[in-house]
Design a protein around this ligand. Structure first.
Ligand code: HEM
Length: 423
């Protein structure tokens, strides 16, 4: 699965991905607290500083955090690309991402520009270190699979997102927001959401859906063409963004491409070769249905202020899927590292985190989504309830991840040979 054909020496130490996975829920809890502290209409106003802060607590603190952790695990496995000095690399990327995200949010909440300067420096260190190494390794890969190709596109769009983001941050720092500022913001958003986030998820799905769930593979044509089409669409968007054109055609095309992906992923998941009940599958399905609704809403409900789109896309699609993926990766890595170290008396992958606990987390998370949606129709009370449920769901998520980790460390303390003899 995540370490197929990989020896323990080639796999990064378990602390590498885990530090990223365990940090993400803290940022999600911070988001929930911000929802409670600031008025809902301020937070949900796209142009407020508070909303820029929240957007990045999510895109940097949660999304990038999980993507960076997972990528360090997946690069050697799915692309045969091994990061040397994995612990040092993880330390630099993780510490600077954590600090940079906090400074970024504090700046937009306090308007103290020193924090913005610190954020720019930290985020530049984190993202450039990550992407330059990833691009170097990915373009050296000789055996090209569709996932390696998508990872390359992900890395290019990720790097561009950050260059644009840093440019925007410098404009805020110097106070020089020119007449093209919102064109630059739109490019940054399109690159981040459809490039950095969606392309990676699509590419990884091509491999992990058939592997994790013994499901159908995506059609080869689709694996080759869909990510490239999305990439070309993004690049052409950048080329035409400064012309006074009607961008509805882009909305239509992005919607078509992402719905094609969701349809194929759901088709694979609904036609699995081996039907085993698996709660992580619920996260995937909610994620894919949310993606479809989000895109249709974007296309057909022009009067929507983008609130529903954000909730459905960010929490419904992206975060649900990433949580489902982490619940697969953590138990697998615990099992893999223990068995590779010679521990034989170990729980099965599915016993590492109790499925009932994952189910409770899932229900609370879904309830929070429902209340976020209801706020769009009713009053602020619904938003506050949603925020409380969101915080609770992330506490449960964190506890479940820690349980997995604890099981690993407890077994590790035992003598590996003893476990073998006892068993
Ligand atoms: C080094 C990393 C980044 C920096 C420095 C950065 C900087 C910024 C800045 C300064 C803005 C505000 C623009 C304005 O309205 O004046 C912004 C907006 C935005 N950025 Fe980033 N960004 C970064 C990474 C990302 C990533 C990775 C994503 C998505 C995956 C992202 C998504 C967004 C979104 C959605 C907005 C719009 C927020 C809103 O309107 O409320 N950013 N970014």
């Amino acid at each position: 699965m995540f370490n197929q054909g990989l020896s323990l020496e080639q796999a990064p130490p378990i602390s590498v991905p885990f530090r990223f996975f365990l940090t993400a829920p803290f940022f999600a809890i911070l988001i929930g607290i911000m929802f409670l502290v600031y008025p809902a209409d301020v937070i949900t106003n796209r142009y407020s500083n508070e909303s820029i802060a929240v957007a990045h607590l999510f895109t940097l603190g949660v999304l990038s955090m999980i993507i960076f952790g997972a990528m360090q695990q997946m690069l050697p496995v799915l692309a045969g690309a091994i990061i040397k000095k994995a612990k040092l690399f993880a330390f630099i990327v993780h510490t600077s991402l954590t600090l940079g995200t906090l400074f970024f949010a504090i700046n937009f909440l306090s308007a103290n520009k020193l924090f913005l300067l610190a954020a720019i420096v930290c985020l530049a260190i984190s993202f450039f270190t990550f992407f330059l190494v990833a691009i170097y390794l990915l373009f050296k890969v000789k055996y090209l699979t569709s996932t390696v190709n998508v990872m390359r596109l992900f890395a290019i769009t990720g790097l561009l997102t950050v260059i644009w983001g840093i440019y925007l941050a410098i404009s805020h720092f110097t106070g020089n927001l020119n007449s093209n500022h919102f064109n630059f913001v739109n490019i940054h958003i399109i690159l981040g959401i459809f490039g950095f986030a969606s392309l990676l998820i699509i590419g990884v799905s091509f491999q992990v859906i058939p592997m994790f769930y013994v499901a159908l593979s995506f059609p080869k044509n689709l694996q080759d063409r869909l990510p490239l089409s999305i990439f070309i669409l993004i690049i052409s968007y950048i080329a035409f963004a400064f012309l006074d054109l009607d961008f509805y055609i882009y909305k239509i095309l992005f919607t078509i491409f992402l719905i094609i992906y969701a349809f194929n992923a759901l088709n694979a998941l609904n036609n699995r070769k081996r039907i085993v009940e698996d709660v992580t599958l619920w996260f995937w399905k909610i994620s894919l249905y949310s993606l479809v609704i989000a895109m249709l809403n974007w296309l057909f409900v022009p009067q929507d202020s983008s609130y529903f789109l954000t909730v459905l896309f960010a929490f419904g699609f992206l975060y649900s899927l990433l949580q489902g993926m982490i619940y697969k990766i953590i138990p697998f890595l615990c099992w893999f590292h223990l068995s590779s170290k010679g521990y034989f008396n170990i729980p099965t992958i599915r016993e590492i985190i109790n499925e009932d606990l994952i189910k409770i987390h899932f229900y609370v998370y879904i309830l929070s989504l429902v209340f976020f949606i209801l706020y769009g129709f009713f009053n602020e009370l619904f938003f506050n309830i949603a925020a409380c449920l969101f915080i609770l769901s992330n506490i449960l998520f964190l506890i479940n991840c820690i349980i997995g980790m604890k099981k690993y460390t407890t077994i590790l303390k035992e003598d590996s040979f003893q476990t073998f003899v006892q068993s």
